[in-house]
Design a binder for this molecule. Structure first.
Ligand SMILES: [Ca+2]
Ligand SMILES: [Ca+2]
Ligand SMILES: [Ca+2]
Length: 198
């Protein structure tokens, strides 16, 4: 057996073992996230996918000026930043992307970055910058991901922990971080829609 083949087999076995270590619920949540954002369903979360989401939001919410610029800037910066931090990540399959995310999840840098990232996402989805995401704003994000609009209210109410009918930045970021970290099998968090099963 050639050395190259041997190391490929080793790598695949390693990967299989690593996959087994990941809690199934976490795996399902992240797979759901990737499937939702992988707009062209080619198995790879790419820059083009992200830009399609942006385009859909701008069109459906009829965003103009600063609101439209903010969302373009956010996704552009996020996708290029992610690519710089993980060179070649977009050429990798979602399974490999997931393993990489899992292996870095517990670092403090990553959790701070996730917090900041979702804070910014909140700000871009708060189209009128009044400090709250109202349901009328939220629905555009949900629809842009190609999710069933009739399920949007469930997730909105889940995030709205003080039940005042609007989402603050803290409520949004808490829900996003819960989605990243909580491995409770009964979680009701559907940040990226109904969980995929496989
Ligand atoms: Ca894709
Ligand atoms: Ca708002
Ligand atoms: Ca609230």
């Amino acid at each position: 057996m050639s050395n190259r083949l041997q190391s490929t087999i080793l790598l695949m076995e390693n990967r299989k073992k690593q996959m087994k270590d990941i809690p199934r619920i976490w795996f399902r949540k992240k797979a759901t996230l990737i499937f939702a954002l992988d707009i062209d369903k080619d198995g790879i979360l790419s820059y083009e996918d992200a830009m399609t989401v942006v385009d859909r939001i701008i069109k459906s919410a009829n965003l103009k000026g600063a609101a439209s610029d903010n969302i373009i800037q956010f996704f552009r910066k996020f996708m290029t930043g992610y690519d710089q931090a993980n060179p070649g990540i977009y050429e990798k399959t979602w399974e490999v992307q997931l393993l990489e995310v899992w292996s870095t999840l517990n670092s403090e840098v990553v959790s701070e970055r996730l917090k900041a990232l979702h804070g910014k996402l909140f700000q871009t989805l708060d189209f009128n910058s009044d400090g709250f995401i109202h349901f009328s704003e939220y629905i555009h994000w949900w629809k842009a991901l190609g999710l069933d609009p009739s399920l949007a209210r469930l997730q909105f109410d889940y995030m709205d922990t003080d039940h005042d009918g609007r989402i603050t930045e803290k409520e949004f970021v808490d829900a996003a971080l819960d989605y990243e970290y909580n491995c409770d099998n009964d979680t009701k968090n559907r940040f990226y829609g109904p969980l995929v099963d496989f």
